[in-house]
Design a protein around this ligand. Structure first.
Ligand code: SIN
Length: 296
């Protein structure tokens, strides 16, 4: 869609007023009737925030956003998290990248990647679960996307927890998992030990500090063992939890279009990415929101 028709679609939609349409039974909601390129009223911001708590993932289609707009919209969800942004070259069409924006991209200039998380598939993970106070939210805005692949999958940790039987819920109560900083899809058992600043121990079941709901808080990419449990038992339990939380009924698969903005709640959802052609450009702008407490 061209920029002009995206604006026209957003304007048309905005006149119809703010609306929320769930994307699946357990996770995700599309927000319609809002042009985020314009200031958002406090009433609309409050309704958007409420829907986000209810659905964990919000999708806004056909948005034509400047970096300043993205920064402003991020403010609806909380305070910026400082970025450990890799050094990058500007992609074509950009004269600057604002300090709180990170590029997620496979684009290479002079053989160097211009952004982070460049290539291929990524297993399910919660952003920054390897830190003591993981990020609360992540926003991702699509600028260039491949013709196929590079979809982002979002899994509801809340639904996955709710569907466990009472015996398993009892077994998980009080357990804690060790989470490593690893962003490549190596097998869990092959992960090397990492230094103390790149790992954190968190409850296997996290209580959301705003909704009070419990969610599974382990993931295939970064959770390496259950604290104080023998390796074989820990592996078996984690593998069960990974398979369970990735069941299709708990997952929304997002097929990107240019101009999509997605906001996800890292406290109660995990996400993954499918593979995509390495010879096609993929560029998204990302911002992150600070966590407000240690997971409990
Ligand atoms: C991420 O895991 O934060 C990146 C997701 C994506 O590139 O789709």
């Amino acid at each position: 869609m061209s920029t002009a028709s995206m604006i026209a679609a957003a304007e048309r939609d905005a006149q119809a007023g703010l609306r929320f349409e769930p994307l699946t039974k357990h996770i995700g909601c599309e927000v319609l009737g809002i042009n985020l390129g314009r200031p958002v009223s406090p009433q609309d911001a409050a309704a958007i925030y409420r829907a986000w708590l209810d659905h964990a993932v919000l999708l806004f289609r056909d948005q034509d956003l400047t970096q300043e707009d993205l920064i402003r919209v991020t403010g609806i969800f909380g305070e910026f998290a400082p970025l450990g942004r890799p050094k990058h070259t500007l992609p074509s069409g950009f004269s600057k990248i604002l300090p709180n924006i990170m590029l997620i991209s496979n684009i290479r200039e002079n053989g160097e990647t211009i952004g982070a998380l460049p290539d291929g598939e990524m297993m399910f993970h919660h952003d920054t679960i390897h830190r003591d106070e993981p990020h609360k939210a992540t926003l991702l805005y699509s600028v260039e996307i491949p013709t196929y692949g590079g979809d982002t999958l979002f899994a509801s940790g809340t639904a996955a927890y709710d569907m466990l039987d009472a015996t398993m819920k009892k077994k998980l109560a009080g357990l804690r998992a060790v989470n490593f900083y690893v962003y490549n899809s190596v097998k869990r058992n092959d992960k090397q030990a990492v230094d103390a600043s790149s790992q954190a121990v968190h409850p296997v079941v996290r209580t959301h500090e705003e909704t009070g709901c419990k969610a599974l808080y382990v993931n295939r990419l970064m959770s390496v063992r259950i604290e104080g449990m023998a390796a074989a038992e820990s592996d078996a339990l984690l593998n069960f939890l990974f398979d369970h939380s990735e069941r299709p009924e708990f997952v929304y698969t997002h097929i990107w279009r240019k101009g999509d903005l997605i906001v996800w709640d890292n406290r109660c959802s995990s996400h993954a990415r499918t593979d995509f052609p390495s010879d096609q450009r993929r560029l998204l702008l990302r911002t992150t929101v600070k966590g407000t407490c240690r997971p409990y």
